[in-house]
Every structure is written in C-alpha cells, then in structure tokens.
Design a protein around this ligand. Structure first.
Ligand code: GDP
Ligand code: ADP
Length: 213
C-alpha cells in the first residue's frame, strides 16, 4: 500500500544479550530497514567502522549536537554518551522506511514520549540466564575484563525495565529469536495506524460497491 509510514523498531537488552547480532540479521533479511547509527563518545572496538557501527565523536562535539537539538534521544550509559542523530531517522521515516534502533531503556523511553511515539515498536531481549549473559560477553571477546565486569554490574538496571516494552523475547536459540522478531515486525507493519493508504482503498471499495447496486 502506498503512503506507508515508517516504523521505529527499538531493540533493547542488557549488554551481551544479542541486540547487535539480531539487528544485523534483520537488516540482511530486509535491506529496506534503515539502521539508526548512533553517536557515541566511547572508543571504537577492533573492527568497528566509523559511520557504520557508530559515529564516534568527542564529548564536546556530542554535547554541541545535543544542545543544537540534533539528537532524537540521548543517554549516559556505562560512562559514555550515546545518542540517535535525528536527521537520518526523520528522512527514513518520511520515505516510508522502518528504522531500527539498538538503544538502552532511557533512549526507548524518550522516543516513546516523542512526537514519533505513536509509531514505535519496542522489543526487549532477555538472556536465558545471568551466567549465560556473562559467558556471551566473554566469548564475544571484544571487551577487557573490567569493561565486562561493569556491563554485568549494570545488567540488572537494564533488565529491570523489561516491562515497559511491547514485546519481550528470551534469546535462547538465536534462530528461533530471529524468526520471532520477524513475525513481530511483519504483524506490526499491518497495524491500521501504519497503513494510512487504507482509507483511500476502502473509499474506492465503497464507490465500486455503490456503483454495483
Ligand atoms: P554493547 O551493547 O555491549 O555492544 O555495547 P555498546 O557500547 O555498543 O552499547 C552500550 C549500550 O548503549 C547498549 O545498551 C546500547 O543499546 C546503548 N546504546 C547504543 N546506542 C545508543 C543510543 O544512541 N542511545 C541510547 N540511549 N543508548 C544507546
Ligand atoms: P549485544 O549487542 O546485546 O551486546 P551481541 O549481539 O554482541 O550482544 O551478542 C553477544 C555475544 O553473544 C556475541 O558473541 C553473539 O554472537 C552471542 N550470541 C547472541 N545471541 C546468542 C544466542 N542466542 N546464543 C548464543 N550466543 C549468542
């Protein structure tokens, strides 16, 4: 249906539960989904590409962007600033594309309360266990032990906001979680509020119906 409105798809979870992995799989599945590349003041991890994984920036630059109103939402997480640049999100939504966010509960709350709030789909990922969460952070092999310890320490803060989300998935089997995510997205795209073109279609059906009487 023409005229479709883009959906803001928000994925949150404690660090290590699988957001980045699943968000990559969703983008491979449907390349029309735009990924909101966050700005961050944290240092790049090995292999992370500036402009692709994050926009890496200095703290003064980040604060300047926030002051200029250029961030749709922003938060302080694990000692660094993170935010979603507004421009690309608005452009994608206006073009009828869905936008995927990998952000924490504070960002999710800010987007839900923004002017775009009516068009959000929020999904929270829970780990099967805290022990498994720890194992995943270790096997990811990207963070120093002290960084992992900090993320584990903060995991409960994030998990405690699970009940503010539209959907909650326990990410035990990766393929099963991916399939469930796709089902949720496909169903939400069919929400009446996401299909403004339906009104015109129903009007055309009515005209046709009346002509046939
Ligand atoms: P990882 O989650 O362990 O891969 O570590 P990151 O440093 O990539 O992200 C840390 C946390 O910041 C995660 O909970 C992300 O969801 C969150 N985050 C990333 N980008 C943003 C953003 O733009 N806004 C907000 N509010 N949170 C973000
Ligand atoms: P996040 O982005 O939430 O911090 P990642 O996507 O980086 O988490 O996942 C952390 C680690 O756990 C990665 O090494 C990833 O391959 C692994 N992982 C993700 N989901 C699963 C799963 N369902 N089962 C086993 N390992 C997983």
């Amino acid at each position: 249906m023409s005229n479709r409105r883009g959906l803001l798809i928000i994925l949150s979870s404690p660090s290590g539960a699988g957001k980045s992995t699943l968000s990559r799989r969703l983008r491979d599945w449907d390349p029309t989904i735009a990924f909101s590349v966050s700005a961050t003041t944290r240092a790049p991890r090995p292999g992370e590409v500036d402009g692709q994984d994050y926009h890496f920036m200095s703290q003064p630059q980040f604060k300047q962007d926030v002051a200029a109103g250029d961030m749709l939402e922003h938060a302080h997480v694990f000692g660094n600033f993170y935010g979603s640049p507004r421009g690309p999100v608005q452009a994608a939504i206006d073009a009828g594309r869905d936008v995927l966010f990998d952000i924490d509960w504070q960002g999710a709350q800010q987007i839900r309360n923004s002017a775009l709030g009516a068009h959000t789909l929020s999904i929270f990922l829970l780990p099967p266990s805290i022990r498994e969460l720890h194992r995943r952070l270790e096997t990811r092999g990207q963070d120093a032990p002290d960084v992992i310890a900090k993320r584990m320490e903060k995991s409960w803060d994030e998990i405690s906001h699970w009940d503010g989300y539209d959907f909650v998935l326990v990410n035990e089997d990766l393929d099963a979680t991916e399939a469930r995510l796709k089902t949720i997205i496909e169903a939400t795209r069919l929400r009446r509020s996401q299909q403004p073109g339906l009104t015109a279609h129903v009007r055309a059906l009515q005209t046709e119906f009346e002509e046939m009487q």
